[in-house]
Structure formats: structure tokens, C-alpha cells
Design a binder for this molecule. Sequence first.
Ligand code: HC1
Ligand code: SF4
Length: 569
Amino acid sequence: MLNVTIDGVRVEAHEGETILSAARRAGADIPTLCWMKDINEIGSCRVCVVEVEGQDGLAAACNAPVFDGMSVRTKSPRIVEARRFSVKTILSKHRGECTTCKRSGTCALQSLASSLNVGELEREPDYRREAWDGSFPLQRDASKCISCLRCVAECSKVQHCSVWDFSGSAGQRSVGVKESLSIDVAKCALCGQCITHCPTGALTERDDIDKVLAALADPDVLTVVQVAPAIRTAWGEGVGVPRDEATPGRLAAALRAVGFDRVFDTDFAADLTIMEEGSEFIEWIKEGKPRPMFTSCCPGWVRFAKLHYPEFAGQLSSSKSPHQMMGAVVKNTVGKQAAEQGKRVFCLSIMPCLAKKYECDVPQLATEGGRDVDAVLTTREFDRLLNMLSIDCAALPEEPFDDPLGTSTGAATLFGRTGGVMEAALRTAAYLLTGENPPFEACDTSDATPERPWTDKELDVAGMRLRIAVASGLENTSKLLEALKAGEAEYDFVEVMACPGGCVAGGGQPIAFNRELGCERAEVLNRLDGADELRFSHENPDIQALYAETLGKPLSERAEAWLHTDQRE
Ligand code: HC1
Ligand code: SF4
């Protein structure tokens, strides 16, 4: 152990530990900008500089290691001046038009400039522009990029895609798409993690709010909205409603206050997915198809598989993702009724996800009722919409979602966190095989091997030995896929979510530079599941009615036409 003094406070530190890490333990508040724990400790923005006794220059706390007997000051006029100089240098290349920036209020640069009392810049900023396809779900504004390399680190080290690169000649180096490729061919999975880790407004989602406002204003349009499981964990963050008051009931009321004609819950369709995917898995095993079968509800993962590991694309479940299933059911039922009254349905999904914006445009997902989903808003866009319309969400009453596509179970709610789809699927697969509900703990995947990038478990279901695995984050996923390719791992059923922790930490969720928040949001889902009277997808009465009245049974001809697709296309 090393003895270190930070602002007069003695702390023990370990060999190789950074000043920043030791200082945080000592209670010192050192600002950071480019730093991301373990994956971007490059000391480039120099916002975290500190004084080290006996050294002339200032040290970047995020990557300078401690030594025994070190004495550090984190606060002094000299330190403030140096941090202010760093922020001014960054601002000299940043188009700081905060009044129109979507990140105003969540921009780390804005809050640093304000807290350091930076004031006016002495010269006009010299910022960069670049051409960008405005129709792509991921948008980039180079004039707001501060070359912190957070996107480069997140995309390459956590998400395995290496879309971004830091290139150019000395003095002119900047971040851009690797090899100067156009973004649509750069094998981006559209996970959106570079957006949620960008400290400024350089990376955002394509804004589709105007499309939604136009539909809401059109008297010939019946507007139908659905909300993903993970929305209920985070929508309050952008509208100032505390987590325990941002309930699903208040969310339904907020959607009605916006003016949507029908307010449905994607959770209903998650139950439907379980019925279809669970039945498909049993058939898969019976037919002896190549293992594992992979879940396909996460379009970031499906896109990643097709672009980076096409050899596994044929093993993706043919079941569409829940919100697409919901869209197909809406368009083929509510849509037909609306057409008789001369109206057309506009189906909107509110999702914690960027890739859903791409998924809803995939042509082969359409059915005879038309495209399943007409537009997707991220949680951030939804919060902006609520703020635009001045809806006082905290004052709203709790209301139910509309029937019949608004009833759901606790199993469906779990979809929003890593391992949840698997857990929900196992609860129902066991029932479909044995006719009896299994104990909840038998389907729990959280107790599996934590030492790997993925978790796995062997289960005994109706005398059948099932080997399951769960991965989230695409670097973790690629390690799992490589192990499968090398024959070092064998599984029957694998759940993958592109975003680390699952949809709760999705690329469309409110910005928060804090990975622990994903766990807090996941706890909301666990609590909702535990409190639900219905915790098995097959017990959802509206799902039972949909099969009895419209679909027949899982994997029926109509179910195949509406709810399944060839994922390889
Ligand atoms: Fe997800 Fe899904 S859980 S993919 O993580 O299968 O986005 O929340 O809506 O469709 O249900 C996201 C979340 C979401 C789908 C469901
Ligand atoms: Fe990389 Fe995901 Fe960003 Fe695409 S969306 S560039 S895959 S981090």
C-alpha cells in the first residue's frame, strides 16, 4: 500500500492507481471531461490538472499514477486558472450555440465553462464542418466535437465496432468516421452508446419530433403510441419527475396529455414475443437446428450480427422484436377499423434505443397492414416533446394503458434489463413443456458465472438439459461469439442486448455519465415484476384473447405472417 495525501487528507492507495481514483476516495472533487474509467484515461483535455508537491508542472489526475509519500493539492488559484485555460482552448474550436443545442442542460462542457466562470472568449472560434447524411439515425455535428476521444473509446473498447478514428496531420487532427468512410457503410451497430458518452452535442439521434407533431395535428390520422419496458425507468429524468413518482401510470397519463388517440404498452407485445419465441425455441430444439438460437429483439444486436458476424445471422430467432409485433397487430386490427372510418393509423414507438429508428424502416418487416411502426422517438426526444408542450408531468394522475393492447406481465417488464428476455422466456418455455409454472428462481439468470464477459447457466427443464447464456455490450458479445466459433463454449439459447446492461442503459436514454444508473433503473423493473399479479407471459389474459380471437396459436400461419421475419435479409 502507498500513503498519499490529498488536500491534507491521508489515504492509502495501491501501486498503479491514478491520482483521480485516490482523490475521489479522499472526498476531493476533481472535474473531468475526456476521462472514462478504465477505457479513456488519456489526460488530453487537462481539465483534471492538480498540483503535486515537489513538481513544477501540473499533473493530469486521470492518468498520473500516485507514489508513496505523494502530496497533492486539487484546489488553488493556479489550478483554477489552468483548468479555465484548458476549457477556453477547447471552446475556441467548439461551436457553442447553447441556445439551440439539444444537449443544453446535459452538456459537460457547458457546465464546466459555467462552473469555472470562463466568460467571453478572446477570439472567434475556429470550428470544423463536415458533410453528414441527415437521414441516418445517428447524427454528427463536427463543429461541436472537442476531440475528447470518448466516442472512439466507447465504440472500439466497449462496443467492438471501431467506427470512429482520430486522424489527420499534426495540428489538424480530429475525430471522424474511420478511413473517411460514409457512416452508412462504417458497420455502425446503431447502439447509440457513443451518443450517451459524448460530453457535448456533437453526437445526437436524428430528431423525428416534427414527424410526430404533424401526425398529431392531422385530423385524418389516428395516432397510436407504445412505450418500451425501459422507458418507465428513465422518462422522468428529463422532465424533473423523481424516479419513484415517474410511474407507468403517470407515463400513460403523460402520453394522453400529448394527445395520442391510443396509448399502448410495448410490454404487451413483449409477452407476445415470449409466446412466439418460446414456441419457436421448442420447435428449434425438436428439429435439431444448429445451436444456439439467439434472441432477436434488440435491433442493435441484430444489425451487429449481420454486419460483423454474418455466419450467426441464420441462428437469430425469426420472431420480430416486441415493438414491431405490436405495430403489426395494431396495423392489422386497429388500422383496419380506422380505415373503415376514413382514417389512417400512425404508429409511434417510444424507445430507449437508436437502432429502433433503423429497424422500423426495414422493408421486409412490413405486413399486409403496411409498415409496422411509422416513427420512433428516443426517451430523450420524448422528454423534449413533453417539455415543448409544457406538460406538468408531476401533477398528472396515474392512469392505465388502453385495452386490449396495454395489459402486460412482470415477465415482459424484465425485457428492459440484461437477462430479462431469457428469464421471461424460460418461465414460459417451462410451462409450455410441462404445463406447470416453474419456480421463479429456476429461471433467474443473475446468479450465473460472473467472471466471464457473459453469464451462463445449465437448467433442467422437463427433463431436458438446457445451456443458456446472456451477454450485453457488443465487446462482450464478440467474445462470446468467438468462443462459440472456437468450440470453447456451447449453448442452446443465448440472449444478447447491444447496450451494456440492456435497454435501461440504451443509447436513447437520458444522458447520465454514470454506469451505475443502469443498475438503479434495472431495479425499478425488478420491483415492478415482483409487484405484478401476473408474472408469466402465457397468463396475460389479453394475449390469450388475441390468440383465441385472431391469431389461433403461436407459430400459426397468421402469427408467422405478422410476427416473424427472416432476420438474414
Ligand atoms: Fe428494449 Fe424490447 S426490451 S429491445 O431492450 O425487446 O429498445 O426497453 O422496447 O421491441 O419489449 C429497447 C426496452 C424494447 C422491443 C421490448
Ligand atoms: Fe459505435 Fe454504437 Fe456509436 Fe455506432 S452507435 S458509432 S456502433 S458506439
